[in-house]
Design a protein. Structure first.
Ligand SMILES: [Zn+2]
Ligand SMILES: [Zn+2]
Length: 926
């Protein structure tokens, strides 16, 4: 694909904005309506920006531009997410490190410094991309989650939550990555869709009941957890059977009998409560365990009896707590069996082999199931009971639901749907990570009594520890700080955990301002934000964590309006993959069709209603043609005559009245949709308007610009100037480049005045408009459309005038529109009647048709020769057709004017041959 002229026009605009500080001016200009607050959801700077980032960046640009034009001050500050596993994994690869012990050998300080130095490696590439797509944002003054000020505010927030008794330490079963050696939160795994389908050998195991002649059957997809088994769970309400097969007796749920055993004779049927209290011997030791009740047991799969390993399952742990079961932790932190050293995933085979030789496997089944993987290192995760710190979401839940009522969600269904459901079902939030490059949890614990102190500021840390100069509060800098316990005089030491980096993301509204250590008034005046936008998965992530923090700290929602986007897939519906290169390169799309086209395409798509989009280059091209190319053609036509404007008459011409009514309708539609944060319905009407402007208004008005009627010409010019000016303002938030180009030129500023830009203009207000003129013109176009199709059925070229066209619709159309219809249909008279087209051609009509063919033919030769309206020519022609000769003689003056000729004569000095009405004519032009 080649670069086109619009690429240069866009770059001219970018240079102008840079040179003139237009963005800064748009923030500092007068803001009669006050502040409008926008929060940037910070990306990681550890990779290059992709379509998803462009999508959210464009959404984060369009809305603030709109509110700026509406008279608000909209600060836009870039942010960087710096901490956490993404950068840690990169550094581990860089350094060839594969475990936490190696990090500790290297030294945490060195490791953290390596993270620090590389975390913004891609910042320059981001800067270039963000600039090129036309996003206005303060990049230089960006906040970073690893800045001392930012981290200190996170500490403050945490201490406030501690004071409100919203923090506790507990043991819980969490998804755990044995490579990163840290728990992973459910929403992180769900967000990046880290569940993958894998195949595993599953087994039905016989648990021989002590003192009875039968076994209980239980099914497991994770045989490696059997050594940790300490109970079997049944439901008291399920029907179970004792069944006999091949001389052996088994107990399982009645509903599962056919599936698991097949043909068997049923000896007895009973409810699950009959099984409770039965004892069995462990498969791996001499211990005895029992059957307990569990309300989560069902008969969807398995046997209706669940093997319980409290250390390795969520339900298992709860049952374990309830019945005081032993918790057997058989794995170490790296996922290896403590006794044999075998990795958990690899242990399945050996365990199955052992159980087979013991004769306790009833049957085996290979199944495909979805299994969670680490979103950063792709290692298979497992559930593990570990000590961790939590925010108590249960205590906040009802207030969070209440505060959600104040949020305007786009699309609307997310409010009571995904977001509210997410709050209702959310577990307590595990906020601790056993990692390094993050904000340390500021909890100091006594090493001999249970005393705990939480530090909420750098000053407090200095006061406690006696340190004089604290420039950094990462763990390597502060873990050495300790002091005497108030209660027992022993040593207070920091716990080793750091924060889940989502705590930092959730603290962003106040932490970016270093609140409450600075900017108290500014923060309080501008909280909550009016607008945020991110993709759908953030409903359970960033949107959620901000809501948790703001509810806990301020008892408020942190944002008032949220636009949630869908996900971009390639044309086949596949996820975009950089390594597979299965999608068109964004920079090539921008080179070919401009950033404006990409912006309008994305903003007008169902993505902005949180649905997925199959990215189509053809559709970008279509948007490009309908918005950019056609608008530029309209402008170019206007430019030819613009110097002749000398007054701006208000117009009584029906076409002018119509296009002005349409403009007001457009402004109304766009304004209402933008006020409602419905971006697709704000963008889509623009292309329709440009189409009307070009294919109807300009097409029917062309002769007015060329004609002798001075007043009418001024009215047409004045109307066009008005339309182009307001249209460029309406387009400005969405297509900031082409609108700047058109506005600069039409306004006469031509990029000469650094204080002038369409983006510094006020948003146009719509005036009440005449609905009838819009309806009538619609009807007129309907009549034309029907008439044109009759013409084409009759094989009549549009340049051949016809005597009449009749239609019933004449009854309902105002006489003002009739001449427009007649000239567009090229007929002498519009009549009342059934659709009938007059095709009888008098000599007069034939000559009129020939005249039009001649004008078109000669003007196309002029165009091919590259002549402009300033070039006058001499035309010579040769033909045997009497009627053509007669036509030229009769309309010589008219023709000369239409083709800008000084003379039209018969002569042999001709160049090209044409056919008009089946006769040959040769034409020459000098
Ligand atoms: Zn991992
Ligand atoms: Zn103590």
């Amino acid at each position: 694909m080649e670069k086109n002229k619009f690429d240069n026009l866009e770059k001219e605009v970018l240079d102008f904005w840079d040179k003139s500080n237009t963005f800064e001016k748009s923030v500092s200009k007068e803001n009669p309506n006050g502040n409008y607050t926008f929060y940037d959801g910070p990306p990681f700077g550890t990779g290059e920006p992709h379509y998803g980032h462009m999508l959210s960046s464009i959404a984060k640009d369009v809305v603030p531009r709109y509110w700026t034009m509406k008279g608000y001050r909209v600060e836009r500050r870039w942010g960087w997410d710096c901490h956490g596993l993404p950068i840690e994994n990169i550094i581990e690869k860089d350094l060839g490190i594969g475990s936490k012990s190696q990090i500790e050998e290297l030294g945490i300080e060195k490791f953290n410094q390596a993270c620090y130095s590389r975390v913004l490696d891609y910042a320059d590439i981001w800067d270039d991309t963000i600039r090129r797509i036309g996003r206005w944002v303060d990049f230089k003054n960006s906040y970073k989650t690893m800045d001392l000020n930012y981290m200190e505010s996170v500490w403050w927030g945490f201490k406030e939550m501690w004071k409100k008794d919203l923090v506790y330490e507990g043991k819980k079963v969490l998804l755990y990555c044995p490579r990163c050696e840290t728990p992973i939160s459910n929403f992180e795994v769900a967000m990046d869709n880290s569940y993958k389908d894998i195949e595993d050998d599953t087994i039905y195991v016989k648990f021989k009941i002590l003192g009875k002649d039968f076994s209980i059957l239980a099914w497991t997809t994770t045989p490696w957890t059997l050594p940790a088994n300490t109970a079997l769970a049944v439901s008291e309400n399920i029907d179970y059977v004792l069944a006999e097969k091949d001389g052996q007796k088994y107990v399982l749920a009645k509903d599962r009998l056919a599936e698991v055993i097949g043909d068997a004779s049923i000896i007895e049927e009973f409810k699950g409560d009959n099984l409770i209290g039965l004892k069995y011997k462990s498969l791996f030791s001499e211990e005895e365990f029992g059957v307990v009740s569990g309300d989560f047991v069902n008969t969807e799969d398995g046997t209706g009896i669940v093997h319980i390993a409290p250390a390795y399952g969520e339900d298992d742990y709860i049952v374990g707590q309830k019945f005081n079961l032993p918790i057997k932790s058989v794995l170490d932190d790296k996922g290896h069996f403590k006794d044999t050293g075998v990795y958990f995933e690899k242990a399945n085979g050996e365990i199955i082999k052992k159980l087979e030789s013991d004769g306790v496997i009833f049957s085996k089944l290979r199944v495909k199931h979805s299994y969670p993987h680490c979103h950063r290192c792709d290692t298979k995760l497992f559930y593990r009971a570990i000590p961790a710190w939590f925010f108590n979401i249960s205590k906040l839940r009802s207030q969070m639901i209440e505060n959600n009522k104040n949020i305007n969600w786009c699309p609307k269904h997310l409010k009571e749907g995904r977001f509210a459901k997410g709050i209702e079902q959310a577990p307590d939030w595990n906020i601790s990570r056993n990692r390094y490059f993050a904000t340390p949890i500021p909890i100091w614990k006594c090493d001999s009594c249970d005393n705990i102190e939480v530090i909420g500021s750098v000053q407090e840390l200095k006061d406690k520890s006696g340190a004089v100069d604290v420039k950094d509060i990462h763990n390597h800098s502060i873990d050495g700080f300790s002091w005497r316990c108030d209660k027992c005089n022993s040593q207070m030491k920091r716990i080793s955990e750091v924060f889940d980096c989502w705590v930092e993301s959730g603290s962003m509204p106040f932490a970016q301002m270093h609140y409450p250590f600075e900017n108290v008034e500014k923060f309080e005046k501008n909280f909550p934000a009016q607008y945020i936008s991110e993709y759908i998965s953030q409903t359970r992530a960033w949107f959620y964590v901000m809501h948790v923090m703001s509810t806990a700290l301020f008892n408020k929602n942190s944002f008032e309006n949220v636009v949630t986007t869908g996900v971009i897939l390639n044309e086949k519906g596949e996820k975009l993959s950089k390594s597979k290169k299965n999608y068109p390169d964004p920079s090539k799309i921008i080179d070919s069709f401009g950033a404006d086209s990409l912006r309008a395409y994305l903003m007008g798509s169902s993505l902005m209603h949180a649905e997925n989009l199959l990215f189509s280059e053809d559709e970008v091209k279509d948007i490009y043609r309908k918005n950019i190319v056609i608008l530029w053609n309209i402008y170019s036509f206007y430019e030819m005559y613009s110097s002749e404007i000398n007054s701006q008459e208000s117009s009584d011409n029906i076409l002018d009245q119509w296009i002005i009514a349409r403009l007001n309708q457009l402004i109304e539609d766009v304004t209402k949709s933008m006020d409602d944060y419905d971006l697709p319905n704000a963008v889509r009407p623009i292309a329709d308007f440009i189409n009307d402007f070009s294919t109807w208004y300009l097409r029917r008005s062309r002769d007015r610009f060329k004609g002798d009627d001075v007043l009418d010409k001024q009215m047409a010019l004045g109307t066009m100037k008005h339309i182009l000016t307001d249209l460029s303002k309406v387009m400005a938030p969405f297509m900031p480049f082409i609108s700047e180009q058109v506005w600069q030129r039409v306004s006469g500023h031509n990029f000469q005045n650094e204080d002038k830009s369409v983006h510094l203009e006020e948003w146009p207000e719509f005036q009440s408009y005449d609905q009838e003129v819009i309806e009538q013109m619609k009807l007129a176009r309907k009549i034309v459309e029907a008439g044109l199709s009759k013409r084409s059925d009759a094989g009549m070229k549009i340049r051949q005038p016809l005597p009449y066209y009749s239609t019933d619709l004449v009854k309902t159309i105002n006489t003002k529109y009739i001449s427009i219809i007649e000239s567009e249909l090229n007929i002498q008279e519009l009549r009342f009647g059934r659709n009938e087209l007059g095709v009888e051609l008098s000599e007069e009509l034939l000559m009129e048709g020939i005249k039009r063919e001649l004008v078109r033919t000669i003007n196309s030769i002029r165009k091919n020769m590259g002549l402009t309206i300033n070039d006058t020519v001499a035309v010579s022609f040769e033909t045997d057709d009497e009627l053509i000769i007669k036509t030229i003689e009769m309309f010589k003056d008219d023709l000369s004017k239409s083709v800008l000729a000084s003379k039209i004569e018969r002569g042999s000095n001709t160049q090209e041959e044409f056919t008009i009405n089946n006769s040959i004519i040769r034409i020459g032009i000098k």
